[in-house]
Each structure stands twice: as C-alpha cells, then as structure tokens.
Write a protein that binds this ligand. Structure first.
Ligand code: GRF
Length: 200
C-alpha cells in the first residue's frame, strides 16, 4: 500500500446501521479510511440502499444454497469485487455467514467484525438474547479480527453495556447498538492507522 488513504470494503446482510455509523464518520473526516464498496448476500438488504444513498458502490452477491456460508464460488466472487475495488481491509457489519478460505486467504488479518457481546462470552447468534437469558449484569460489544472460527479472532476493543430492569431482547439489543455505533468507527480508524504505519 502506498500513502493513500486505506480503502475499506463492508459486508452486511441487514439494515446496515453500523455501516451508517462508518459512513457518517467518513463524512465527518474521522474514519481514517474510505468506504469504497458494500457487498451483501441478501438482495433486499437495507445496507445496499443505504450504501447508494452515501454514494458508495453496492452489490448483491448470490450466496448459493447453504444457509450459514457462501459457496466457494460465491465467496470467490466477493473477493474479486473487493480486489477490483482495491480494498485494503474489510469490516463485517451484520454479515450473517461464516467467512471461509477464499476471503480469509485474500485478506489475511485484515477482516474486522463487530459482535454484540463481550467476547468470549456469548458467541454466535442473538448474543443479546443469550446475555438476557443468562442473567449477567452487563454485556456489550466487541470488535475483533476474523479467523476461521465463529467469533473467535483476536479482540481489538470492547464497550460495556448494562442490563436494566425490565429489559427485553429488543431494548437490550437497541442499547448495545448505540455502543456499537460509537465503538466500530473508532476501531476501524485505529486499524486504518495501523495499516498506514505498517506501509511506511
Ligand atoms: C449488529 O448488532 C452486529 O453486532 C451484528 O449484527 C448486527 C448488525 O446490525 N454482527 P446492522 O445491520 O449494522 O444494523
């Protein structure tokens, strides 16, 4: 990488509120990198429209027949789009499939994820519901590097969120998301800075 601003690719399957937080940080000059492409495995995902509204290229990539992962061919399609967009690193923002070899090999140590718990507690789906049902007094969110496991990669940063009396799964998830929208842009900025320094 030269001294240009690092280029970020974002992958998501849902409404894209974390992408919005990243795009707004970019607009206000505090992201330290440029979101250049958004890819989704869900054709109707809100994140695709949101990307377009921010002027970021957005593409649907058909995932194939499996529920929890893409076919190797589909994942190779993602890699091709990310490489054509000259992406330096990737932020998963609600991407609901396990990342496999094609992507891990193309961007080793360069894929970040945000997870709605204080990892290593509550890996996997609906981590806020797991926290609520277990009765812990606090949970939170974690930004970590993606490896071949599910929510197992190196932790880069965390934010704590209390459980409050009367919390439902929805109210707790909403409070965690507020923390996510603050933490993710900060962690992406730190990672972009680290890439810039290691390229010097
Ligand atoms: C977030 O809660 C994130 O932690 C999880 O998926 C959700 C995505 O939400 N990985 P959004 O699409 O960014 O609103």
């Amino acid at each position: 990488m030269t001294q240009r601003i690092p280029r970020l690719g974002v992958l998501g399957s849902g409404k894209g509120s974390n992408f919005r937080a990243l795009a707004e940080a970019y607009r206000s000059g505090t992201l330290g990198c440029e979101p250049v492409i958004v890819l989704s495995d869900v054709e109707s995902a809100g994140i695709l429209n949101l990307a377009e509204s921010f002027g970021v290229h957005a593409h649907f990539v058909a995932p194939g027949p499996f529920r929890t992962k893409m076919t190797p061919q589909s994942e190779a399609g993602l890699v091709q789009l990310l490489q054509e967009a000259q992406v330096d690193f990737i932020a998963l923002a609600g991407f609901m499939r396990v990342i496999k070899e094609p992507l891990l090999q193309a961007f080793p140590g360069r894929i970040l994820n945000i997870h709605p718990s204080l990892l290593p507690a509550f890996r996997g789906l609906e981590a806020w519901r797991q926290a609520l049902e277990s009765g812990v007094p606090e949970t939170g969110c974690t930004v970590h590097l993606v490896d071949a496991g599910v929510d197992t990669g190196k932790i880069l940063g965390q934010s704590r969120v209390p459980l409050l009396p009367g919390d439902t799964a929805e109210s707790l998830h909403a409070r965690i998301q507020v923390a996510e929208h603050e933490l993710y842009p900060k962690m992406v900025r730190e990672f972009a800075e680290h890439l810039r320094l290691s390229a010097e």
